[in-house]
Write a protein that binds this ligand. Structure first.
Ligand SMILES: [Zn+2]
Length: 109
């Protein structure tokens, strides 16, 4: 007799109509890393990106000097959504970004 495994359907994300979506924009303004959080619809996100472009913000990945750190194995920081850097300890990573209040990002992997 076979033992069929019943598929467990777990929706990864449930869209609650009342709650606006939340976006996190990571960019650089004159070389400084900036994290902007936007709540609302995609229109609000587009407006914020247009506003950021107005003040000279650039996406971090578009910087010509930025090295591609997307080697396999580098986890993404859940806060900044950017690849973490490998620390001196093999197998561990840290997020090189800073928080808005100036502290280093505590995320490690
Ligand atoms: Zn981080």
């Amino acid at each position: 007799m076979s033992n069929p495994t019943s598929p467990q359907i777990q929706p990864a994300q449930v869209d609650a109509p009342a709650k606006p979506a939340s976006f996190t924009i990571v960019c650089e303004v004159e070389g400084f890393p900036v994290t902007v959080e936007v709540e609302g619809k995609a229109d609000a996100l587009k407006l914020m990106i247009a506003r950021l472009k107005d003040i000279g913000a650039v996406p971090p990945a578009s910087k010509p000097g930025a090295k591609a750190e997307s080697r396999s194995g580098a986890p993404l920081c859940p806060v900044h959504h950017s690849p973490m850097k490998a620390s001196r300890k093999p197998g561990s990573f840290f997020c090189p970004k800073r928080l808005p209040d100036g502290d280093y990002c505590p995320e490690k992997a």
